[in-house]
Design a protein around this ligand. Structure first.
Ligand code: ADP
Length: 567
């Protein structure tokens, strides 16, 4: 009944532990894994990373656009400062424009339109270039344009603009192919607003293509790499009116552009209207990056999930083990108390009977004395076991190895048990090899191990009562064998019976008194002698325990005693 109650309690504890594990650990872990996983799937589906990179690229292009505009405006502003006044005489105007062109090699042409007419000058070094001449020819046509109504409204419009500058860009040609001509028109400061006076300059297309644009692009790319690291970027500038579906031909590209389409583009809408900016990663695409990132994230999540699951399994395993040990310990306490109580009760009973003087016959008295002695011996053995065990646990167990005639030791130990063995109706077979060498052992420990093995054989034999003890030598090893034909040990229990507190689950075992310490001591003692303990057993047929003590280690011929502490 008590057993049933206890196992019910154990089951409840187990259930509680499982519930805690499931509710407090397993469910949150599963939820965490699930949420992360579905979030990653959503990221994958909505291409979140790709969108974020595109947004970032857009922003970078907008900033680049602004910086290039600013620079272009500043350059024009500088040129405006050196411009002649409409009130200068014609030669003065030409001279001033020439000086400006001379100190600004980035200019191709500069012109001034006022009430007196139209003066245009070109970069002196390029005066003979056919393309420059054609260009100047075309620009001269502006005079007609400016002279009409358009000139007036252009001036009005320019006065309204914050910097009084506007750009008029077009395609042109140079010896090496098509080129981009950026022309700036402006009104001059300190000229009355109602006068139609217009200045203009055009950026040298070769300067734009080989110096201005490449310099800016490299600067943007490098700034970005310095700030954020990661994959290197590449940028390029191309004509904005490239026909749809045709391969985009860069006008200028930063190093590492390679080929292929830009990931994100932006048309210039001010100083460089007519051109567009493109950006991409060097040697890879945003899509490929997104895929790699997804792949890596799934891998990491998978790995973490496996770790979490592994951790859970391990935790459950450890907690179960701890619970099993706690149960073993509580069983141990009740087993030991029970084992102490029985001999004490017997001793008291027989001592009191003797004291009362009711026993008259000598034989009876002798029998009672023997019982008292035997029961106190049992108590001593049990207490010795417990003391030894606690010393081992505390790492204080010491062994004293002495030269010993092991045959003598075994014989003497068995002799003091012979009567008890035979009394209990056991067939006892003793076989001790006569010429065994002297070995170095701890006598008390070996005797205790033997007593434990013999006691077990007596305790766990119900039907056939047989005890066989053998001591012999085999291959440099002294073997001490204790065999019975008792209840035997199930295969799955065999490795565990040497663990502390462990008692087999067999009901026959539970009905027998025991602490679960004996065999763990036997193993400790054997191992302290450099030997090993083995068991062969089958339920219902009996068990055979064999202690093997190596002669070489145990039997060294050393006169003095040695003591060793084994943890
Ligand atoms: P105890 O006998 O006090 O329970 P032991 O450490 O000596 O503790 O033994 C551990 C367990 O091994 C026993 O509870 C029993 O189940 C099993 N056992 C030991 N010796 C025998 C044996 N000779 N026959 C059957 N089972 C045994």
């Amino acid at each position: 009944m008590q057993l049933k109650k206890r196992s019910l309690l154990g089951g409840f504890n187990r259930f509680r532990l499982m519930l805690t594990l499931v509710l407090a650990v397993l469910l949150p872990a599963a939820a965490l894994i699930y949420v992360n996983f579905s979030q990653l799937r959503a990221f994958e589906r909505d291409k979140v990373l790709e969108a974020a990179i595109h947004r970032d690229f857009q922003e970078m292009l907008a900033i680049s656009d602004k910086k290039m505009n600013k620079k272009a405006y500043t350059m024009v502003q500088e040129a405006v400062e050196s411009f002649p006044s409409p009130d200068n005489d014609p030669t003065e105007k030409e001279e001033k424009l020439d000086r400006l062109l001379e100190k600004s090699p980035w200019l191709s042409h500069a012109f001034l339109f006022d009430e007196d007419g139209f003066v245009i000058r070109s970069q002196p070094g390029q005066a003979n270039d056919k393309f420059i001449r054609d260009e100047r020819e075309n620009m001269t046509e502006y005079r007609v344009w400016f002279g009409g109504r358009e000139g007036k409204s252009l001036v009005e419009g320019l006065h309204k603009k914050p910097q009084h500058i506007t750009f008029y860009n077009s395609q042109t040609k140079r010896a090496d192919g098509p080129a981009f001509l950026a022309c700036a028109f402006f009104v001059l400061p300190e000229v009355a607003e109602d006068r139609v006076v217009l200045g203009g300059i055009s950026f040298d297309p070769c300067y734009l293509k080989s110096t201005f644009f490449p310099g800016m692009l490299e600067e943007f790319v490098n700034d970005r790499t310095r700030d954020q690291g990661g994959n290197r970027l590449a940028m390029m500038i191309y004509p904005a009116n490239s026909p749809e579906g045709h391969e985009i031909k860069p006008l200028v590209a930063s190093t590492g552009w390679g080929d292929g389409k830009p990931e994100v583009m932006r048309k210039f809408d001010d100083a460089f209207q007519g051109l567009a900016l493109g950006i991409k990663y060097q040697g890879t695409s945003v899509e490929a990056l997104g895929e790699t990132w997804m792949h890596r994230s799934f891998l990491i999540l998978g790995f973490l999930s496996v770790m979490i699951i592994g951790g859970l399994v391990l935790t459950k395993h450890m907690v179960s083990k701890e619970m099993a040990l706690a149960k073993l310990k509580s069983d141990f306490v009740s087993n030991v108390s029970h084992e102490l109580r029985t001999p004490l009760a017997l001793i008291r009973l027989y001592a009191e009977t003797l004291e009362l003087g009711r026993i008259t016959t000598r034989e009876k008295k002798q029998q009672y004395y023997r019982i008292v002695r035997k029961e106190s011996e049992r108590l001593t053995a049990l207490i010795n076991n417990i003391l030894d065990f606690s010393r081992i646990e505390a790492g204080r167990k010491e062994y004293e190895f002495r030269e010993t005639d092991i045959a003598d030791l075994v014989r003497n130990t068995l002799d003091s048990y012979r009567y008890q063995i035979e009394q209990q109706g056991f067939a006892f077979e003793e076989s001790i090899d006569p010429d065994l060498p002297i070995v170095r052992v701890d006598r008390e420990a070996i005797a205790r191990a033997l007593v434990n093995l013999v006691n077990n054989a007596l305790k766990y034999s119900t039907n056939e009562k047989y005890l066989g003890v053998k001591l012999y030598r085999e291959n440099g090893v002294v073997k001490l064998e204790v065999a019975d034909r008792g209840i035997g040990i199930a295969r799955r229990d065999q490795p565990k019976i040497f663990e502390k507190f462990y008692r087999a689950g067999d009901p026959l075992v539970h009905n027998t008194k025991g602490s679960g310490l004996g065999l763990s001591l036997v193993r400790h003692i054997t191992e302290a002698h450099g030997g090993e303990i083995a068991v062969e057993s089958a339920p219902g047929t009996g068990s055979r325990f064999t202690m093997s003590l190596p002669l070489a280690a145990a039997g060294k011929q050393q006169p003095q005693t040695t003591s060793t502490t084994i943890h």
